[in-house]
Ligand binder design. Structure first.
Ligand SMILES: [Ca+2]
Ligand SMILES: [Ca+2]
Ligand SMILES: [Ca+2]
Length: 424
């Protein structure tokens, strides 16, 4: 069971504060939501649900009742769900939204326990990068042989990809994916320039049975892009002039805890600072990345006006959470959403609330080694992250009217109306 507590947002109008929280059973795609009672003469509550890249349909609550909790099941495990609750009174007045909570039914790292399937898939062969390859790209494509399973009818559903550092056998990348079955591109900054690594993969069938790991292949990476001052920022993105991105009155170049770089597009200067409650953290490298160069496992692709920020943090206590402040030279419009990239789940919309300071120039996020916001998928004292801000492009097709929705509530014709608007 996962339990998370979300911050309070003010519900403006009739009702005072409501805090929405949830508990989730990740295996059953079931989520229980709870909220504290709103002040005022409340007649009931309505719960609204959206998935990524959609907006709430306030005409069609997912749930309507008088209790302060509800349980939803049968959620689509491949989607990320968002929820808000509203209170209403007997006059038909409705509050604004509570805080929004996000729920992912499937965890990126939900590698199944070995099943009792007596005949797992065959051992795959690691093909590319070939054994002892030199000068391999920093975001190499790993390729295995095709899936083979001795049991007729068994088929390939997932692959676990692992990359280890040769010097000390530290696992630097661990991804369990139902998208990248025989090919995977390692995301940027996971691998260091001029480093020695070895990699392996396991194929899983539909019963959750995993093959033995492929015989590993070693390779060494090419050097990183030129970085004359060795600060972890490529020369091409170096900010030459002095800045004071955190507006503390000190020049950022003299602040050892700040790393700065120029965005690949949109003329944004970005400064990062990282800190942790009880660990020593170090910003090893940072860069701006063109989103079109990143392999996206899902169709959802936000529009990112200044590209993606990409950074690597090392910390002396594996598993710790790190607070990262991101400073921007140009104000980020409050309509923008922040997105975090996950190699298994794609872009995850973190919305806007509570992430950016009122001046629009500083956002703060918490990243956990092996958890939220860490692309390497493993608790190893390294956090590699990719994210950006921007907007969700309008859907290309009209959203389907939710099937199994409890009440039509006037929403029946909504889908048709939207589709009419969208058709040129
Ligand atoms: Ca540099
Ligand atoms: Ca400063
Ligand atoms: Ca990690």
């Amino acid at each position: 069971m996962i339990q998370r507590l979300f911050s309070v947002l003010t519900v403006i109008g009739l009702f005072a504060f409501m805090t929405l929280t949830f508990t989730a059973d990740a295996d059953a795609a079931q989520v229980s939501l709870a909220w504290d009672g709103a002040a005022g003469s409340v007649s009931g509550y309505r719960l609204f649900t959206r998935t990524q890249a959609q907006t709430y349909d306030y005409a069609s609550p997912t749930w309507d009742g008088t209790t302060n909790t509800c349980t939803l099941d049968g959620l689509d495990e491949s989607a990320i769900h968002y929820f808000v609750v509203r209170a209403y009174d007997s006059q038909g007045n409705e509050s604004t939204d509570s805080n929004e909570v996000m729920f992912r039914a499937s965890s990126p790292a939900s590698i199944p326990a070995q099943t009792s399937d007596p005949v797992p898939p065959d051992l795959p062969t690691a093909l590319t990068p070939a054994g002892n390859a030199q000068g391999v790209a920093l975001e190499p494509e790993l390729v295995t042989s095709p899936f083979k399973d001795p049991t007729a009818g068994d088929y390939h559903t997932n692959t676990r990809w692992q990359v280890f550092r040769s010097d000390d056998d530290v696992l630097v990348f661990d991804l369990y994916s139902n998208i990248y079955l025989t090919r995977l591109s390692v995301p940027p900054l996971v691998l260091d320039g001029g480093g020695a690594y070895y990699w392996t993969a396991q194929h899983y069938n539909q019963a959750g049975a995993g093959s033995p790991p492929a015989s590993s292949l070693t390779f060494s990476t090419a050097d990183r892009a030129a970085d004359a001052d060795a600060d972890g920022v490529p020369d091409s993105q170096e900010i030459a002039a002095e800045t004071d991105l955190d507006r503390d009155g000190r020049s950022d170049g003299e602040q050892a805890d700040m790393i700065r770089f120029l965005s690949v597009s949109g003329d944004q200067k970005i400064g990062l600072q990282a800190s942790a409650a009880s660990a020593t953290v170090r910003l090893e490298a940072a860069q701006s990345v063109d989103a079109s160069t990143v392999s996206n496992p899902k169709a959802f692709q936000p529009s990112l006006p200044v590209g993606l920020y990409n950074f690597k943090i090392t910390l002396d206590q594996p598993g710790e959470s790190v607070m990262v402040k991101i400073h921007f030279s140009n104000q980020v419009n409050e309509q923008n959403h922040f997105y975090m990239f996950d190699p298994a789940m794609g872009y995850i919309d973190f919305g806007t609330a509570g992430l950016i300071a009122p001046d629009g120039q500083t956002a703060a996020f918490t990243f956990q080694d092996g958890g939220e916001g860490d692309m390497d998928g493993v608790e190893n004292g390294i956090i590699v992250s990719l994210g950006g801000y921007g907007s969700t492009p309008p859907p290309q097709t009209a959203p389907a009217v939710a099937s199994g929705s409890a009440s039509g509530g006037g929403g029946g014709g909504g889908g048709c109306f939207i589709s009419t608007l969208l058709n040129p």
